[in-house]
Design a protein around this ligand. Sequence first.
Ligand code: ATP
Ligand code: MG
Length: 138
Amino acid sequence: MEKTLSIIKPDGVEKGIIGEVIKRFEGNGLRIKAMKMISLSQKEAEGFYYVHKERPFFKSLVEFMTSGPIVVMALEGENAIKKNRDLMGATDPKKADKGTIRNDFASSIERNIAHGSDSPESAGFEIPYFFSNIELVN
Ligand code: ATP
Ligand code: MG
């Protein structure tokens, strides 16, 4: 069993598709181990996307991620990291496969509804970024 961090970004919350996104996770064998709705401060968003700090889109990404509440979840399942990313589709919704979350709902490469950890190392940083051990159900 593998764990991954999922975020429904401010655009997903604004569009009222929290339930739809979670339905796709639960319908595809991902179980929710922890979940909360929060608003990120600038510092918290910068820290989360630290790996992208030199990218040209970093400032805009941080502004977007702090523009409204997000839903953060720890998901668990077989190949959870890949499964979550397959369900989301490519970063750019125009390149994402039909039937993926991003192709169905995202409005741009930045405003792309969801985040998913991209490796076990990322998940190992991202899950404890938001959840302590006692917040993860057994
Ligand atoms: P995420 O990390 O959010 O799951 P990802 O792994 O598919 O997405 P990354 O390359 O890690 O994509 O980029 C992180 C986020 O930065 C993207 O999800 C998107 O919101 C934003 N982003 C990525 N590339 C661009 C770009 N060229 N222009 C604007 N925003 C971008
Ligand atoms: Mg990424």
